[in-house]
Design a binder for this molecule. Structure first.
Ligand code: KG4
Ligand code: ZN
Length: 358
């Protein structure tokens, strides 16, 4: 397969990322600007603000990645950028800036699907991951389980019917006011809940029920779990007469209970996916691999639960290091590499390619 050097740009949500990666998966240069703190203070992402911040940072981030690589533009084979799915206003900045670079340096453009990139990053981090493999993507915006059959072919087995898991973590963290505890003030909702849960003295203090247990498919649902938590929370706030800016006394146990039921639900759906994949012969019985990625895959408790399922079903679990689970430029550049090697999705005539929302 062809050797190449690809520059990748990610702006689908609230991270401005750029990286230069070669065909062997060496990261030659990278840079990332996170808007996390701004959105945390706003209580969520306001799309026009995210767009302004991408616009203000993209040039600096790209220059930083290019300069740290020491690679002259003439050695770069193509420019890859996320075009979907994501916030259209955010996607637009990365796509437009990439096209500007393509025009300026006379390079082909490679439109990238954000979820494909999350899934394929595992092949850069662990060279033993071969197609077909099972992949679970859990982030702030997405939740799906699929069979990755080829670079550009995924068979979707299930997805969330409502919230994504990271979104549920973010919403309950905000409602529990974890941000008012100094040690969690700068963390994402998911990180805050995971750390708070470790302090629980009775993780089963609050009762939760696992959603969709009666359904024999691989779909997910997180809004019901979120609502169960909110009910427990309201009840405690009233019983203990908790002031508006304070957390409830049982907050650590509540975090732990939430994290346990989220994990059990995810594990059940993944078990279903493994059984379905076996029945339909979608994965080779001797080389079964589960790739787990997306921001919520950083959660070590969830990873621990999935590891137990994998051990039981004879799967190897591959989770990229946390910095590659969350959004970054490296995954986009690597997705460009995977496509370039197979000669797919390389556009010399790219004017017509636009941001798509799906
Ligand atoms: O992949 P990502 O950077 O952006 C999206 O594409 O959504 O994921 C960000 C999400 C946030 O919702 C955040 O709360 C969640 O990932 N997250 C976690 C953890 N770390 C980040 N969720 C659960 N546990 C964690 N440790
Ligand atoms: Zn993502």
């Amino acid at each position: 397969s062809k050797s190449c050097i690809i520059l990748g740009i990610e702006t689908s949500c609230d991270d401005t990322g750029c990286a230069i990666v070669d065909s062997e998966g060496n990261i030659l240069g990278e840079a990332l600007h996170s808007q996390h703190l701004v959105h945390l203070n706003n209580g969520g992402i306001i799309p026009p603000i995210a767009q302004d911040l991408h616009r203000a940072n993209i040039e600096r981030v790209v220059n930083e990645a290019v300069q740290s690589s020491g690679i002259p533009f003439k050695e770069i084979d193509a420019i890859a950028a996320t075009v979907k799915p994501g916030l259209p206003l955010s996607l637009m900045i990365g796509t437009k800036y990439s096209k500007y670079l393509c025009r300026k340096h006379d390079k082909p453009f490679m439109p990238i699907h954000h979820m494909e990139a999350h899934a394929l990053t595992a092949r850069m981090c662990d060279k033993s991951v071969e197609f077909p493999f099972l992949v679970l993507l859990i982030s702030g915006g997405h939740c799906l389980v699929a069979v990755a059959e080829r670079v550009d072919k995924f068979l979707l087995l299930g997805e969330s019917l409502d919230d994504a898991p990271g979104e549920a973590f973010d919403k309950v963290a905000r409602r529990m006011k974890l941000k008012n505890l100094p040690e969690y003030s700068k963390l994402s909702g998911g990180q805050a809940v995971e750390l708070a849960a470790r302090k629980a003295d009775n993780p089963l203090a609050y009762k939760f029920t696992i959603p969709l247990q009666q359904y024999k498919n691989c779909n997910f649902s997180f809004s019901g779990i979120k609502n169960q938590l909110l009910l427990h929370l309201q009840r405690e706030e009233i019983l203990h007469d908790v002031p508006a800016d304070r957390v409830i006394p049982g907050v650590y146990n509540l975090c732990a209970g939430f994290q346990i039921v989220v994990t059990r639900h995810i594990c059940h759906r993944v078990q279903r996916a493994m059984e379905y994949a076996a029945r339909k012969n979608l994965v080779p019985p001797d080389k079964q691999t589960l790739v787990v990625s997306g921001g919520a895959a950083c959660n070590n408790f969830i990873k621990g639960g999935l590891k137990m399922v994998c051990d039981e079903y004879g799967y190897k679990i591959v989770r990229p290091p946390p910095k590659f689970c969350t959004d970054n430029g490296v995954m986009i550049a690597w997705n460009g590499v995977e496509r370039f090697k197979e000669n797919i999705g390389i556009y010399h005539d790219w004017e017509h390619i636009d941001v798509e929302n799906s």
